[in-house]
Design a protein around this ligand. Structure first.
Ligand code: HEM
Length: 399
């Protein structure tokens, strides 16, 4: 069943590339698969303590999908759906051809770092009679003055995040999960995004966003001692969300035409970092700790008072932190000719009331970057911990 090339096939691929038509024919006779490059080979684990698609690097392609339960679909129907979806996600992430009615879209591809992550929105708990088990952390996000939210593209009973380093592999997962949903759910919204392709740059480092900035530098890192405490619900919480996380999803359009009019110096001041290499304006390289107190010779702050990294930093928000794992998006042009482009911002945290909410409150009040952004849709989802083989995601809530 497995489609992946094996180590032995690497030699075969060498022949194909170096040996011309004869080698190709020989290869075809043997009917061996060509070797996958690193991109196709990479496999993320579906089973485990946490769901995949959180602490692993964001892939080149991303799809965010929200669904509402169909009228009449109850807790049992939701449990059956999560069971089906989990089994398929496990197969696809392992690079296997799913049982049953496959579409063939990804037939010759490897797992390509595919991840499928499932979450529950606030309304899920009312529709399934589980309101008493809805986590308090899932209370609605407050309204922010800069919001221009489209309700139809916000929220949802169920949320699925799909990421892969190959667009066909990602679409294949979208298509199959949609088909398997059957009558249990109705699509609510779907968004598609992207990041830099692995291997596309000779200087791999933190990726760039559509404003051109290196984005993600000061994210919590899995090697940080407090990473788990910031990102995941503690094991000893004793509830069904143990090992889970909360995803805040915001579609943030960038006002790129206005942004591009700013001089490089102004752009760097707005963020507080150099555009070329992401180094903080207080000095050093990308990874040098930011010195928010540094004063320049002319007496001004090196990192301006309204610089994004000052206003968003844990130091300015009583330690509030989150893991940002975003995808850029580009959906054509708006009626006024402006690009419909920006960031599918996904922030992960153990509790949004101690992560996204206080930080966004502060950004909303006085962040130099906010003038160039529009928050157009919003969602908050409870993403349960991972599951063991034979189990499904959300089982502790739904069984
Ligand atoms: C840092 C861009 C929205 C929270 C940064 C950095 C950039 C950036 C370039 C510096 C590099 C880094 O450390 O990652 C953007 C863009 C946004 C956006 C383009 C919207 C399109 C947000 C939102 C939040 C946020 C909505 C949270 C509510 C943070 C945090 C940091 C950061 C916590 C790290 C600050 C530090 O500790 O140094 N962002 N950001 N950002 N951003 Fe944003």
């Amino acid at each position: 069943r497995r489609l992946l090339g094996t180590a032995g096939a690497v030699g075969a691929a060498g022949l194909v590339m170096g040996g011309g038509a004869g080698a190709f024919a020989a290869d075809a006779v043997r009917d061996e698969p060509a070797a996958l490059s690193g991109v196709g080979e990479t496999e993320r684990m579906f089973h485990g303590k946490h769901q995949a698609g959180i602490a692993d690097p964001a892939q080149a392609c991303g799809h965010l999908l929200a669904f509402d339960l169909a009228p009449g679909a109850d807790r049992k129907a939701a449990a059956a759906l999560l069971r089906r979806w989990s089994a398929t996600a496990a197969e696809l992430m392992a690079g296997e051809v799913p049982r049953g009615d496959d579409t063939g879209i990804a037939l010759d591809a490897g797992p390509s770092a595919l991840t499928v992550t499932f979450g529950f929105g606030r309304t899920f708990f009312d529709r399934t009679g589980l309101a008493a088990r809805r986590p308090v952390a899932l209370q609605p996000l407050p309204a922010f003055t800069g919001d221009a939210l489209d309700a139809k593209r916000s929220d949802g009973d169920l949320w699925v995040q799909i990421g892969a380093d190959d667009p066909l592999v990602a679409f294949h997962a979208v298509r199959l999960l949609r088909k398997q949903a059957g009558d249990a759910v109705r699509p609510r919204w779907q968004m598609t995004g992207f990041n830099r392709t692995p291997g596309a740059t000779a200087r791999p480092r933190t990726g760039r966003n559509l404003m051109g900035q290196i984005d993600g530098t000061n994210n919590p890192k899995p090697s940080d001692p407090d990473f788990a405490a910031r990102v995941f619900v503690p094991d000893d919480s004793g509830d069904w969300m143990a090992g889970g996380s909360y995803a805040v999803v915001r579609r943030i359009r960038m006002l790129l035409d206005s942004w591009d009019h700013l001089s490089l110096e102004r752009q760097e001041k707005v963020i507080g970092r150099r555009k070329s290499d992401g180094a903080p304006l207080s000095g050093g390289t990308e990874t040098t700790p930011v010195d928010l107190d540094k004063i320049r010779e002319d007496g001004s702050l090196a990192i301006a008072g309204d610089a994004h990294i000052r206003v968003a930093a844990p130091e300015s928000n009583r330690g509030a932190a989150m893991l940002r794992r975003a995808f850029s998006y580009q959906d054509g042009v708006l009626d006024d000719g402006a690009p419909d482009a920006g960031l599918l911002f996904v922030a992960w945290q153990a509790d949004p009331r101690k992560g996204f909410v206080p930080v966004q409150r502060k950004l909303d009040r006085g962040d130099g970057l906010s003038r160039f952004l529009r928050h157009e849709s919003s969602g908050l989802f409870a993403v349960p911990g991972g599951c063991a083989p034979g189990e499904y995601v959300g089982q502790r809530l739904l069984e």
